[in-house]
Design a protein around this ligand. Structure first.
Ligand code: FVH
Length: 288
């Protein structure tokens, strides 16, 4: 594909994310066909230049490149299983969130049907598509990634992890794990200060720069973990990392301690195993 080439592409699924992806394709001038189970969701895109297909089969037959952005793995099979004959010889990029095992299963299903397959994990919310900060992870067919790279780059920074179709999903879910635990930590803090009359928004104003600054420690932690030596100097020890004060203050505020208990449990397990003087990142051994 050359930089200026207009691509024929079909998008199946026009929820919040599928609509954002299709919108970016239309804006870039690609020949975009769209389909959604509930047809009304195609109207806005059709008004902006997309072609609304009456059926998923019509959409698949309209383009060599098919993007699936549906609810989940089951809905992908529900829509695409009856269309394997039409999909044969075409390219499917599936950016529906699936587990690594489900992504691999879809790759095998596609290979058996003669469909070139690339799996994607979207690290963005719909409003971020096409803007800085949007990142999309891919794995599966390297040929598909290379051929359509300029189309994929319209949505965000594209990263390819290799031909194991499950890898994009693995990275996606690992990054989401970090996000959800961080969010839970923020919620805990907000609940802690609430009885003191602090609003969640006031707390967020303090938490955002603090948590952002703390991400600067991740690379140092990662170096210790990859080096495998937790006795290194210059890192906070597990004994020093006791969360007892946080737990006591939380209880005194009358709130649940479950979020902090989880971290304390990981620390405690390493201390009890005799590693109290070693560095905080050792809690990864509790998780492993
Ligand atoms: N929205 C987000 O912030 C996240 C960001 C990270 C990636 N996710 C994943 O993207 C997939 C789609 O998400 P979405 O936000 O577009 O989701 P919805 O707005 O709920 O739209 C779901 C679409 O799926 C269609 N659909 C559901 N079940 C079926 C089915 N059995 N047959 C055909 N289509 C189906 C649904 O159609 P309709 O309800 O409008 O008729 C929507 O088009 C998802 O995997 C996220 O995890 C988004």
């Amino acid at each position: 594909m050359t930089a200026d080439k207009r691509v024929q592409v079909s998008v199946l699924g026009l929820g919040a994310m599928g609509s954002a992806l299709a919108e970016a394709l239309v804006q870039a001038g690609h020949d975009t066909t769209v389909w959604n189970r509930t047809p009304a969701k195609a109207e806005a895109l059709a008004a902006r230049g997309a072609t609304a297909a009456a059926t998923a089969g019509d959409a698949v037959r309209a383009a060599p490149l098919v993007i699936a952005c549906l609810l989940d793995h089951a809905s992908v099979h529900e829509v695409l299983d009856p269309l394997t004959g039409d999909l044969a010889g075409r390219t499917l990029v599936n950016v529906t969130t699936t587990s690594p095992a489900q992504s691999r299963e879809l790759a095998e299903w596609a290979a058996a049907a003669g469909i070139a397959y690339l799996d994607g994990g979207i690290m963005a919310v719909p409003q971020m598509i096409g803007k800085s900060g949007s990142s999309i992870l891919y794995s599966g067919s390297a040929e598909v990634f290379e051929e359509y790279r300029q189309v994929l780059d319209l949505w965000g920074a594209s990263t390819y992890f290799g031909d194991d179709a499950g890898l994009a999903s693995l990275y996606d879910l690992a990054l989401l794990a970090g996000m959800y635990v961080m969010f839970a930590g923020f919620m805990h803090g907000a609940a802690m200060v609430a009885p003191a009359g602090v609003t969640a928004r006031q707390f967020a104003g303090l938490a955002a720069p603090w948590l952002s600054a703390m991400t600067g420690t991740l690379d140092g932690y990662a170096q210790v973990i990859d080096g495998g030596d937790y006795t290194v100097e210059g890192q906070q020890s597990l004994e020093f990392s006791s969360l007892d004060d946080i737990l006591a203050a939380s209880s005194a505020q009358g709130i649940s301690t479950e979020v902090v208990d989880m971290v304390q449990t990981l620390i405690r397990r390493q201390i009890d195993a005799g590693h109290g003087k070693e560095a905080f990142p050792r809690i990864i051994e509790s998780i492993r």
